[in-house]
Ligand binder design. Structure first.
Ligand code: ADP
Ligand code: ZN
Length: 205
């Protein structure tokens, strides 16, 4: 579990709320690092605080359910599937205070402008996503979101080979498919020493 970051009730955030300013939080790491768990934890806390929450995920992620985000450990949160950042913006209700976005790496680059617009309008936006693809390359739009967000959290999985801190997602099967979403059996968390980058691979994760 990630240590209790001051993401929910700090004086700083209360001040932001008072002057109507929103902000952007980004959660990144490899597959199995606990991004979805951490996102769900923050969203649950916002709901306990009686804030209006809306959660989105890219339509491409058919893992477990179209209407829910889910962690590998079985936690779930209801979500709205969308195909583009523009569609996400259209579905935002005016009184929504907290917006959660999972699998941010599967959104288009317009997501950066969209989340800034939402934060400017006073909303708290939390985006979870892979910061690197299975070749170890930065996975847009997450790197740009990391640069522009107020708060960033990088978390790690455990290397399945040696038990060290895992920073990489190893693809364990050859695939013709562009995206093998949520196919947990086709990926492993690996540390720097155990990760074998397929740098010549033609397609991203
Ligand atoms: P992510 O969204 O980053 O892919 P999830 O939040 O869906 O991660 O899942 C995290 C959970 O996955 C952990 O709490 C743990 O139960 C499980 N898990 C499976 N394999 C690993 C691993 N190699 N390292 C850490 N956690 C793992
Ligand atoms: Zn290792």
């Amino acid at each position: 579990m990630v240590e209790e970051f001051a993401f929910d009730n700090t004086e700083e955030r209360r001040k932001n709320r008072q002057n109507g300013t929103g902000w952007v939080e980004v959660i990144v790491g490899s597959m199995f690092s606990g991004k979805s768990e951490e996102l769900i934890r923050r969203l649950n806390r916002a709901r306990i605080a009686r804030q209006k929450v809306q959660v989105f995920k890219p339509m491409i992620d058919a893992r477990y359910s179209q209407e829910e985000i889910a962690s590998h450990s079985g936690q779930k949160h209801i979500s709205i599937p969308v195909t583009t950042a523009a569609e996400l913006m259209k579905k935002i209700e005016p009184d929504t205070q907290v917006i959660g976005i999972d699998e941010g790496q599967f959104f288009d680059l317009e997501l950066i402008e969209a989340v800034n617009e939402l934060a400017n309008a006073g909303k708290r936006v939390i985006i979870a996503g892979l910061d690197q693809d299975y070749t170890g390359k930065p996975f847009e739009p997450m790197p740009q979101l990391l640069s522009t967000a107020e708060y960033i959290t990088k978390i790690h999985a455990i290397c399945v080979k040696c038990g060290a801190t895992a920073n990489y997602t190893q693809r364990t099967v050859e695939s013709e498919q562009l995206v093998e979403v949520g196919a947990a059996d086709k990926y492993e968390a690996r540390c720097r020493k155990c990760f074998i980058p397929h740098s010549d691979a033609p397609t991203p994760l």
